[in-house]
Design a protein around this ligand. Structure first.
Ligand SMILES: [Zn+2]
Length: 243
């Protein structure tokens, strides 16, 4: 059995191991979360240090022996350097990586979610940070993982919605009759904006809805909190840039 494996993907997490090593999580182009040890990667002179930083897109050759896989060779495919010089873009990229770390399983095969992440990172590289586009990414990412939320009709009885209530376990918005334990109410214009965020591409949305997205952001925050069981931290970067 060949024990060397070549993977391409984004570094989504690095955890210090001992004095000089890191346990790295990589979201691969095959849609899986692969963990490996990058030996010596916390030493200043390490060759692999740059290639295992957060949100590097790289090609990694790992050796699968006994215990955790070990990194043997690392090559940077895209360092996304324009994002690293911009606090808002950097915050959005960190938050995107955190979502992958929290929501992608080891053998998940979420290829479409990987393609979405890549598309968002490339969009962020060449466009100014836009909160609406970030929200669209988060909403679509959830949808690709099987949490596609419905904002145009009641998720319980199918009645068309004017306004409604949000109840994630039901699959999105519900009408006042089906409200159940839902507590978050939602206005008609926000339902329609959320529908647009889930269905239009990033370049269409870029710059199109200045200062209209505050309610949508809160709603998607609530969705992400529900999905990650409150474990998300990086989403909190936003008030720093959007006030
Ligand atoms: Zn209903």
């Amino acid at each position: 059995m060949m024990r060397l494996q070549k993977i391409n993907g984004f570094i989504v997490y690095g955890f210090p191991l001992g004095e000089a090593d890191q346990l790295v999580s990589c979201f691969t182009s095959s849609g899986n979360l692969v963990k490996f040890v990058a030996k010596g990667s916390r030493k200043v002179k390490s060759k692999s240090a740059a290639a295992v930083q957060l949100f590097i897109l790289g090609q990694y050759i790992i050796y699968r022996g006994k215990g955790l896989p070990i990194l043997r060779q690392a090559d940077i495919m895209d360092s996304f350097s324009p994002l690293r010089q911009d606090w808002a873009k950097c915050g959005a990229a960190f938050a995107a990586m955190e979502l992958c770390r929290l929501l992608i399983a080891e053998e998940a095969r979420e290829v479409d979610a990987f393609k979405l992440l890549l598309a968002y990172m490339l969009h962020l590289k060449t466009n100014p940070y836009d909160p609406i586009v970030f929200d669209s990414f988060r909403l679509k990412f959830a949808a690709y993982l099987g949490y596609e939320m419905n904002f145009s009709s009641c998720s319980q009885c199918g009645r068309p919605l004017q306004s409604g209530w949000l109840y994630w376990p039901a699959g999105g918005a519900v009408c006042s009759v089906c409200k159940g334990p839902a507590r978050l109410s939602i206005r008609k214009e926000d339902l329609s904006l959320l529908h647009t965020l889930g269905s239009r591409d990033f370049s269409y949305l870029q710059g199109k809805f200045p200062s209209q997205g505050k309610a949508a952001t809160e709603i998607i925050d609530s969705l992400i909190n529900w999905l990650t069981e409150g474990k998300t931290k990086a989403q909190a970067f936003r008030p720093l840039f959007e006030s």
